[in-house]
Design a protein around this ligand. Structure first.
Ligand code: PAF
Length: 278
């Protein structure tokens, strides 16, 4: 595996792969890699034989008072995992490599970027889209792989790709869960043992919502009752959106929906979602 920091070195590695006739699959990450990330890399490997992974903790997508400073950084441990998976290039740019002294929003997420996660984390999705577009410009991949846990992020990246990067195929890999049902997240390391067992109730609440999905209201109510009963937790939101538009759905909706939740367990904000067809 080649580890590169500067964009010029990245371009040289990618040009060499293209000259060999290879397609590029790209997995952007913020590091602290867990099995969820590794599943994205395996998916990348299934798609093509040249895999690029980036590790970059993007300051622009963290709000004031969020966990930018304490976000887990473990580049050496991550490198070993990536090497084992046969990743070809690990791109670890500095803030200056990415933003070139100008850390400004250049992509706007619009209305869908302001609801749910975006309402709680103002500007978050503008920061995500901005960095993803800069990474896409640098890597110019054929495929980019993202995890379904960050459903709103995935939706917005798909919209951006449709408009601005029609040659990049966005591939969505399923949520990876612990046996307990808890969706894997780099932030799970913040949970104490007690908080961890409380957090396992989140996916159970979503499953209860799905089981009660005779109507939108019943599904929400079943999930919400359980989420509100989780000890040491504060419910951020529970919502059902149309999977194709990400607009919240009302009772009577028929079609494919996503039930999404954010729950703060202790001080750790966790998100999860589940597909529901009405
Ligand atoms: O999902 C993430 O880890 C980040 O939001 C991403 C897509 C790497 C952009 O910083």
């Amino acid at each position: 595996m080649q580890r590169v920091t500067g964009v010029n070195d990245l371009t040289a590695a990618i040009d060499a792969a293209r000259e060999r006739g290879l397609e590029i699959a790209f997995v952007p990450t913020m590091g602290a890699l867990h099995d969820g990330h590794l599943s994205l890399i395996r998916e990348a490997r299934r798609l093509t034989s040249f895999v690029v992974v980036s590790i970059f903790v993007n300051p622009l997508q963290f709000g004031v008072g969020e966990d930018l400073d304490k976000y887990p950084r473990q580049i050496e441990e991550d490198s070993v995992k990536l090497e084992e998976l046969g990743v070809d290039v690990l791109f670890t740019p500095t803030v200056n490599d990415v933003y070139k002294g100008n850390m400004e929003v250049t992509k706007h997420a619009g209305h869908i970027g302001e609801i749910l996660e975006g309402a709680a984390r103002r500007g978050h999705f503008d920061g995500v889209l901005t960095v993803v577009s800069k990474l896409f410009d640098a890597v110019k991949p054929n495929y980019a792989i993202f995890g379904a846990k960050d459903a709103q992020q995935v939706f917005l990246i798909q919209q951006m790709a449709k408009a601005d990067y029609p040659n990049i195929q966005i591939v969505v890999a399923p949520i990876v869960r612990e046996e307990s049902g808890l969706a894997l997240s780099s932030r799970n390391v913040y949970l104490s043992t007690e908080e961890h067992s409380a957090a396992t109730l989140i996916s159970q609440a979503l499953l209860a919502g799905k089981a009660a999905a005779v109507s939108v209201d019943q599904a929400i109510q079943a999930a919400e009752t359980r989420l509100l009963a989780i000890p040491k937790a504060k419910l951020g939101y529970i919502s059902l959106v149309n999977k194709n538009t990400f607009e919240p759905v009302l009772d009577g909706f028929k079609g494919q929906a996503l039930m999404l939740t954010a729950v703060v367990v202790g001080t750790t904000r966790l998100i999860d979602n589940i597909d529901i067809t009405f």
